[in-house]
Design a protein around this ligand. Structure first.
Ligand SMILES: *[C@@H]1O[C@H](CO)[C@@H](O)[C@H](O)[C@H]1NC(C)=O
Ligand SMILES: *[C@@H]1O[C@H](CO)[C@@H](O)[C@H](O)[C@H]1NC(C)=O
Ligand SMILES: *[C@@H]1O[C@H](CO)[C@@H](O)[C@H](O)[C@H]1NC(C)=O
Length: 202
């Protein structure tokens, strides 16, 4: 009787240890997969070596440049938040290899006509959500930017500013998955620009 009680207690103990270990390693795995460097006053891009990272948050730093191949090791990346920095340059190949990326925010930076190259979004074949509000794109460049965006065929949600004389370009109508378009400052677009009748323009 006493023996079986001891055995039972022992079993419970082993079970508890096993359970704790499982929960711990799960948490550990999650903390490795999510890197939060938000609001740290970073002035240069950290080096990301974990190849299992799915989520990188760099919101609210002082970054000016996204160097080429910044996320080279992070092939599993699903979410990348670069909002509220001072970005004025995105080097060629900065987003190279991010074929699984679903969410990208470049909101509230200093991106202009000269900040990036043709093909910037080339590898982002899974991108569903792009926010590029609150930057400094000139009229001519907005058209090039729109052309780059038009290659993002998985895009569901897009936030972009089109101020003053800026117009939405025909090339957006290729975005057949687009359901949510958040435009700020748009003056002029035609209703039949999009093939997708489910699209909500807000
Ligand atoms: C970032 O810089 C600001 C202004 O210098 C300072 O007040 C703040 O404490 C800094 N934050 C961190 C995380 O270092
Ligand atoms: C990630 O890196 C580890 C060790 O460097 C390697 O064993 C593993 O195969 C890599 N996984 C992926 C998905 O590349
Ligand atoms: C909108 O654009 C069309 C064609 O470019 C032009 O005919 C029309 O006058 C414009 N409307 C406004 C309100 O600017």
């Amino acid at each position: 009787m006493a023996m079986s009680k001891v055995l039972l207690a022992l079993c419970k103990c082993i079970l508890l240890v096993g359970l704790t270990k499982a929960i711990y390693s799960k948490m550990n795995e999650q903390t490795v997969n999510v890197i939060d460097y938000s609001m740290k006053n970073l002035t240069s891009m950290p080096i990301f070596q974990q190849n299992s990272t799915t989520d990188i948050n760099l919101r609210g730093n002082l970054l000016q440049v996204v160097p080429a191949l910044s996320f080279q090791q992070s092939k599993k990346l699903k979410s990348l938040d670069l909002s509220m920095n001072k970005l004025n340059l995105i080097e060629r190949g900065a987003f190279e290899g991010l074929t699984e990326l679903i969410y990208l925010s470049l909101r509230d930076n200093k991106l202009t006509s000269n900040s990036f190259h043709v093909g910037i979004f080339q590898d982002l074949i899974s991108l569903q959500d792009l926010n590029i509000h609150l930057n400094f794109f000139s009229y001519e460049y907005t058209l090039i930017l729109q052309s780059e965006i038009s290659h993002l065929e998985s895009l569901v949600r897009l936030g972009i500013d089109l101020r003053g004389q800026l117009q939405i370009n025909k090339c957006f109508c290729k975005l057949s998955q687009l359901l949510d378009l958040e435009l700020v400052g748009l003056r002029n677009y035609s209703d039949n620009l999009f093939q997708n009748s489910k699209l909500e323009v807000s």
